[in-house]
Write a protein that binds this ligand. Structure first.
Ligand code: DGT
Ligand code: CA
Ligand code: CA
Length: 506
């Protein structure tokens, strides 16, 4: 298994960062950034293209030199040009580059002027008030860097689910190809569909366990092997993710899958239940005395406990065992249940596609509606729409709907909630929209009662359809703002509005 597109894009991006810190030719740097973007958006995996002998220079933005570098990455898992330039700098520099707000330009300033190369040094300098004096920084930047660096230092590393997903797929594909492999599953928080994952957990049954272990510990993306035994292996990947593999006998696969899917709290609860039933449950099976009564499948394990199978997403000891017992488990929604989407940005503000392209794609998914809800004017960085531009967009949508695009395009706006709870666009234009979303995009650090009042006041406006991203958090990057969520939800209910269930990867 070679590198994934996203990994190669990251390597090019990192190469561009280091060349920029070094002060290299801007055209060269731009070419690498451009290549990263092209690779991320490709419809096919480059590793396969290389394997099939495709001429990569046919791809727009990929010249001879880039094509050769891609082929090297596919073959070796490395980008030698990056290793070379990285070696000229302290090895801790990438941890600085990963902080929100710190691009190569600022990292260069930190390094050149204050000799800062580690998170610890950054925190110390920020505490001493030395960061604010640097050109292009200031006290606000200093405070946010201090906060971000502190967060990176004191939490164990987690990863976005969206980043883990292609990695999991690639490892599953690789292991599935090993002769003699019978069953394979990704367990742990990934299977429970948590929004972030700590490490990846794989379970396999196979005729030739040693061959599986050898393949797993020999994958190209590996940084190093952490543990390597007969039935258990652990590796660290280049992208910082850790993966555990366990080989289990077929008669225990279901029990192991249940155990290693977790959560720990759920496991403790099912084990207690087993004890009440005079049984013993562990990762090998469910036992009555010495006799194994279940273990081959998860369904068997649950059945032995007198329960229907519980979807992994619910296994948090949050009432799922009681619900299973009483036959009141909810039916989880899936992407097949989607009938449309009420929150979309287009090239009118900070989106990547036009209204028409978005609508055509949504129609091809079989959806029946799509709301266009670009940003409002206050968000100038996102090219937010004022009344006039929004009026023109309403016209564009009307003429698109008149062409029978196979979907109902709804008009809308994602309107900023201003600090005093007023909205960023006047009622006159909001009254013309099908969907009015209100969002907090500024003043995230108001005191709890002020923030709550601000949102309640915004909800009091006529025409509001729903409150977007109600916590304001960015996973692994920004904490939720302080707000009395109970009061907000009560008010939403009282007003007959809705609240967004935000499924953006961040
Ligand atoms: P993560 O990796 O931090 O996102 O979370 P998980 O849930 O994947 O946790 P992980 O990888 O440490 O362990 C996988 C599962 O194995 C976990 O969800 C439940 C089970 N497990 C691990 N340690 C224990 C334990 O000490 N007791 C019990 N009952 N189960 C455990
Ligand atoms: Ca895990
Ligand atoms: Ca684990």
């Amino acid at each position: 298994m070679a590198l994934l597109n996203q990994d190669m894009a990251d390597l090019f991006e990192e190469l561009a960062d280091f060349l920029e810190i070094k002060g290299e030719n801007p055209f060269k740097i731009r070419a690498y950034r451009n290549a990263a973007r092209v690779i991320r958006d490709l419809g096919t995996e480059l590793s396969r293209d290389v394997e099939e002998g495709r001429d990569l220079t046919e791809i727009a933005g990929i010249g001879k030199e880039l094509a050769a570098k891609i082929e090297t990455m596919v073959r070796t898992g490395n980008l030698p040009a990056l290793d070379k330039v990285k070696a000229e700098f302290p090895p801790s520099l990438p941890s600085l580059l990963k902080l929100p707000g710190l691009g190569p330009k600022r990292v260069k300033v930190l390094l050149d002027q204050l000799k800062i190369a580690t998170l610890d040094e950054l925190v110390q300098a920020a505490k001493d008030g030395r960061i604010r004096e640097l050109p292009g920084f200031g006290p606000k930047m200093e405070a946010s860097l201090l906060e971000a660096a502190g967060r990176k230092l004191d939490t164990t590393v987690r990863h976005l689910r969206a980043r883990a997903e292609p990695q999991v797929q690639a490892i599953m594909d690789l292991l599935r190809g090993v002769p003699g492999v019978q069953q394979i599953e990704a367990a742990g928080s990934f299977r429970r569909a948590k929004e972030t994952v700590g490490d990846l957990d794989f379970l396999v049954t196979a005729d030739q366990p040693d061959l599986v272990m050898k393949t797993f510990t020999g994958i190209p993306q590996i940084e190093r092997v952490l543990a390597h035994g007969e039935t258990k292996g652990s590796i660290l990947l280049k992208n910082g993710m850790q993966a555990d593999l366990r080989l289990v006998p077929p008669e225990s696969f279901g029990a192991a899958l249940h155990y290693f899917t977790g959560s720990k709290a759920h496991n403790i609860a099912t084990r207690r239940r087993a004890q009440h039933l005079g049984l013993k449950q562990n990762e090998y099976g469910v036992f009555r005395g010495e006799e194994q009564v279940a273990g081959r499948t998860e369904e068997d394990v649950f059945a032995a406990l007198g329960l229907p199978w519980i979807p992994p997403e619910l296994r948090e000891d949050a009432g799922e065992i009681e619900a299973a017992e009483q036959g009141t488990l909810p039916t989880l929604i899936t992407d097949k249940d989607l009938k449309g989407d009420l929150h979309n940005h287009t090239t009118w503000s900070d989106g990547a596609e036009s209204v028409e392209t978005m609508a055509r794609h949504a129609a091809s998914l079989g959806w029946s509606y799509l709301a266009i809800t670009d940003h409002s004017k206050r968000l100038t960085v996102a090219n937010g729409l004022d009344e006039n531009r929004l009026a023109r967009q309403i016209d564009e949508i009307a003429s698109l709907n008149a062409t029978n695009p196979g979907i109902r395009i709804l008009t809308g706006s994602e309107v900023d909630i201003l600090e005093d709870g007023s909205l960023d666009l006047p009622d006159s234009i909001l009254a013309r929209l099908d969907v009015v979303i209100i969002s907090v995009h500024s003043k995230f650090n108001l005191p709890r009662d002020k923030q709550t009042d601000r949102i309640l006041r915004a909800l009091d406006h006529d025409h509001v359809t729903f409150l977007a991203h109600p916590t304001g958090r960015l996973l692994l990057e920004r904490d939720p703002y302080e707000v009395d969520m109970e009061r907000v939800l009560d008010h939403i209910k009282a007003r007959g509005c809705f609240v967004e269930l935000n499924a953006h990867p961040l």
